[in-house]
Design a protein around this ligand. Sequence first.
Ligand SMILES: [Zn+2]
Length: 324
Amino acid sequence: MASSGLLTLTDRGLFCERGNFYIDPVRSVERAVITHAHSDHARPGMRHYLAHRHTVRLLLHRISRSISTQSVEYGEVVKMNDVSVSLFPAGHMIGSSQVRVEAGGEVWVVSGDYKRQPDPYAAPFHPLRCDTFITESTFGLPIYHWPSDDEVVAAILRWHRANTACGVASAVQVYSLGKAQRLIGLLAHHVPLTVSPGIHAANECIRASGISVAETSILSHSISQETLIRGLILASGARDLQDLPAARSVGVDMAFASGWTATEPGRRRNAGAGFVMSDHVDWDDLHKAISETEAEHIVVTHGFASEVVQYLREQGRSAEVLAI
Ligand SMILES: [Zn+2]
């Protein structure tokens, strides 16, 4: 990465030498600051984890009860040597955070995964001014433009009604942590929900943090055909359903909810219907976020980084790719 800046890329991940900590490290380190609990950002094997308190709950559940952790609130400043570290909402999922790093009058912000659409379980994305902004670019192409949640919910309910009329069960394949709870928040008032055991476990962990998640049925061998057909199933994968007698009897229309649906409808994971719903920023929200940072230098990672950097340079911005 350019500059003798606050953060540099090492073989263990993004490192702040001055504060002696890593952000979302990819290999074992002494001190890790974790943006959020998804497994490609929060890995086992760190000596010490610092994260938002909701993320810490999830790390204890997903990694081990015995890891060393420090919980912080959004905006709380933690000193690491002479470096001030604080977390601010990223809007990606429960507990998800941007990391603000400040020392010697210089401010860097690491976005982690983020989105600007509303989410019942994620505090809204908080724009931060900084000198250098390190942003993800998972959907960093102009073709990615997300519909509103209302549009997605209406499409899911139409699809579900059509399947119910035909006596077929409807299942949406989602990540058990993040997307599942977002959909539960959006759909629980409209239709009875049944979730896979993995999603139920994630819900229980979130409830243990004092956050309410609507009650749902759990997929099990004893589930009836009637429950399967009338309700909507949220599953982590097709294998959640393949051994259930009732599912085999009625048949299941498996859909999925993802940003990739916008460009690869029905192709990924051999799924049927697809609903465009992402927990990452689309093209417009990515550039809105970049503008609001007023950063002199933009570092782009995770996704269409080359394309975003090229676009920013054409706009006269200083930008580079970071291949984490
Ligand atoms: Zn994530």
